[in-house]
Design a protein around this ligand. Structure first.
Ligand code: ZN
Length: 246
């Protein structure tokens, strides 16, 4: 087999491996973002809850102040009862006291509602805090694993890049140029295997005389449909055997 072709097949394998490693590496920040999202959401919820508690507390303080004002007002009204001369005045005053009592009940209810609301918020706050602690712990743990995986991938990529550079050094410049040009238009797979008369790059049947030429593999041939460089597996094995035989 054409030695250049067998090297191109190896180059293709290295490029595929690089692509795979790079994709794995790109998934790491994405995974971290996925884990961070619910944490951010819970932190935001906690802030909202804290704000709600402050509002409820200030509502309660205001109602307590109103209640205290109201109570002293009511007390004064009750003290005035003995000073009243006529029954009519007395009845009217009693009615006012009754109204003031009702108002006092309303304020007490309002304070009670504030306390209940605060309890509900506090309960949710505790739930969110517990969940947040657990997810932060998980995140920290997985982050360490992902970072060491990222470092391993960086090393592997460097190794494959090195192998690729060595291989490219053994390639005919024109052949490598052709491979690179095809790679920029075809993206990833540039060298395709012919099996059963089909180009595995585009899955189309290629003419029998082309199949025969690819099997002989004395020159670089391309698929008439997808323009990938073609090779036959059997010719590749022969080339590998002849390479390893001194
Ligand atoms: Zn093809």
């Amino acid at each position: 087999m054409n030695l250049q072709l067998s090297r191109l097949v190896q180059l293709q394998q290295l490029d595929l491996k690089l692509h795979d490693l790079e994709q794995q590496q790109q998934q790491i920040p994405q995974r971290l973002r996925e884990m961070q999202a619910p944490i951010d959401q819970d932190q935001k919820r906690l802030e909202e809850l804290q704000r709600s508690r402050k509002t409820v507390a200030s509502d309660r303080r205001r109602s307590e102040q109103d209640l205290s004002d109201h109570e002293s007002h009511l007390k004064k009204k009750q003290e005035r009862l003995s000073e009243l001369k006529t029954n009519k005045e007395y009845q009217a005053h009693l009615f006012e006291i009754e109204q003031a009592r009702k108002e006092k009940d309303k304020l007490e209810d309002k304070i009670l509602q504030c306390m209940e609301r605060d309890e509900t918020i506090l309960k949710e706050q505790e739930e969110v805090q517990t969940r947040l602690q657990a997810s932060t712990r998980d995140m920290e743990k997985e982050k360490v694993e992902l970072e060491s995986r990222g470092a391993r991938l960086t090393d592997e990529i460097a190794t494959v890049e090195q192998q690729k550079q060595t291989l490219v050094g053994t390639l005919d410049k024109r052949v490598y140029h052709r491979y690179s040009a095809l790679k920029s238009s075809l993206k990833l797979v540039v060298v395709a295997q012919v099996r059963g008369g089909t180009c595995l790059g585009c899955q189309l049947q290629i003419p029998p005389q082309l199949v025969a030429s690819v099997r002989r593999s004395d020159q670089l041939l391309t698929c008439p449909y997808c323009h990938r460089i073609l090779y036959a597996e059997e010719a590749l094995h022969e080339a590998t055997e002849s390479l390893s035989t001194p």
